[in-house]
Design a protein around this ligand. Structure first.
Ligand code: FAD
Length: 407
């Protein structure tokens, strides 16, 4: 049996960052990672470019984690987006925001982020053991007995940084939830989050890749509106995606009706009279070129007309009133019936996890078992897209590292 003061299970961003910080403060740390190498999920973040965090004031982050932003306030304030940028910049990896405020490494390579984390771990003397899946944890007189596939360890402090259950091929298979349960912690029900949506009789498969900025979404359940949202939309081969849809996916259930306005803010009557005016002014023009005045992609207009049954060469003057009204209806409230939300292989994050009620929000230490910590996505935290999930992983990791160092 090997004995270590601090053992971290999981070599994702939370585990690596915590290991680097704790070891940098003088702790003797070993990190056990089940995959052949660390940070496999980190490498796929931001399509390989790694959207590390978001620009702006850290208080803007608090509303980005559904109902769980309150738990994160102390750790986000203590290690903010600006601190994170400084941390990487000080280690020769400059970061910069794009026009929407998402912060990436200037190199746009997630592998550079992973390299910095691994280098700092190496320089601070962290022992990293890969291919070491932890299977069981038990309590001992000295702290924790940890059984991996290969060995048995004992530690005084234990950090569970095993991530969620999405993209299981990266190693995040939800092990931390069962380990937490085995230690008496509550785990709230888990589900895939930030997922694309599949809809019944999806009419836009061949328009895959077309995106729209700042659309308005209204979600209906059992005939009642349950949520309004705004955001960007992407048509995929199989359904709806893009940041706005991924955020809304948190609240969507099969059978819901999603209505999308492709001219957000425009009222029904206003669009109707505007369209009537345009047709009156240019009735000899084809309907599709009249509609192009609203700056829609040509293929989208063609599909709308096709769905309504309007011939592609029909002129405005010949457009029946009922078809004109149908154009207005579809532009302002295109209805999609939700078939399903994407599964674990498509989800960017996991909804649910180790219950926040049993974890100290300042230190990430268990309120049930001293010297046991939970950091990163294993916690019941899921953020919006835009760098909020990685920031939560780093901030919770820093909180735990500081707590370890002050023991
Ligand atoms: C496609 C995709 C794109 C994303 N893009 C972004 C983005 O651009 N910005 C952003 O903020 N977030 C993004 N995310 C979310 C982000 O990647 C996660 O929130 C983040 O990686 C969580 O970090 P973590 O360290 O808590 O867990 P993980 O990164 O999941 O790491 C957990 C580690 O624990 C290991 N492990 C699991 N079980 C065991 C065990 N039993 N024993 C030992 N080791 C174990 C795993 O192998 C893994 O290496 C993205 C996610 C996906 C899937």
């Amino acid at each position: 049996m090997e004995h270590y003061p601090v053992i971290i299970i999981g070599g994702g961003p939370a585990g690596l960052f915590c290991a680097a910080e704790a070891a940098g403060a003088g702790q003797h740390v070993i990190l056990l990672e089940k995959m052949p190498s660390c940070g496999k999920k980190l490498l796929v973040t931001g399509s390989g470019q790694c959207n590390l965090t978001h620009d702006g004031d850290i208080s803007d982050f608090f509303t980005r984690y559904g109902d769980h932003g309150t738990f994160l306030r102390p750790s986000l304030r203590d290690f903010s987006n600006h601190d994170l940028v400084r941390w990487f910049t000080d280690r020769d990896l400059p970061l910069s925001p794009d026009e929407s405020g998402k912060i990436f490494p200037v190199s746009r390579r997630s592998s550079d982020v992973l390299s910095v984390l691994l280098e700092v771990c190496r320089d601070t003397g962290v022992t990293i053991r890969c291919n070491e899946a932890v299977r069981e944890i038990r309590m001992s007189d000295k702290g924790f007995l940890i059984h991996s596939e290969k060995a048995e360890y004992e530690s005084e402090a234990l950090l569970i940084a095993t991530g969620g259950a999405s993209y299981p091929a990266t190693g995040s298979t939800g092990d931390g939830f069962s380990l937490a349960c085995s230690l008496g912690h509550q785990v709230t029900p888990i589900a895939p989050a930030l997922v694309p949506i599949r809809v019944r009789a999806y009419p836009f498969s061949d328009l895959s890749g077309i995106s729209f900025d700042g659309l308005a979404f209204s979600l209906y359940r059992d005939g009642k509106k349950i949520r309004d949202a705004k955001g960007d939309l992407l048509f995929t081969h199989t359904g709806l995606s893009g940041p706005g849809m991924l955020h809304l996916s948190r609240y969507i259930l099969p059978g819901d009706i999603l209505k999308i306005s492709f001219l957000p803010g425009m009222r029904h009557e206003v669009l109707k009279s505007d369209l009537v005016g345009r047709i009156a002014a240019s009735g000899t023009k084809q309907v599709k070129s009249i509609l192009s005045g609203y700056s829609f992609p040509a293929r989208f207009i063609a599909r709308l007309l096709d769905l309504i049954g309007i011939p592609p060469d029909l002129t405005g003057a010949h457009l029946p009133k009922k078809d004109r009204d149908e154009i207005v209806r579809l532009i302002l409230a295109f209805p999609f019936e939700i078939l399903s939300a994407g599964g674990w292989n498509e989800a960017m994050v996991t909804r649910g996890g180790v219950s926040l009620e049993e974890v100290n929000s300042k230190t990430m230490e268990s309120l049930l078992i001293p010297s046991l910590y939970f950091i990163g996505e294993v916690l019941d935290i899921d953020g919006d897209t835009g760098g909020y999930n990685l920031q939560a992983a780093f901030s919770t990791a820093m909180a735990a590292a500081k707590s370890l160092s002050s023991r």
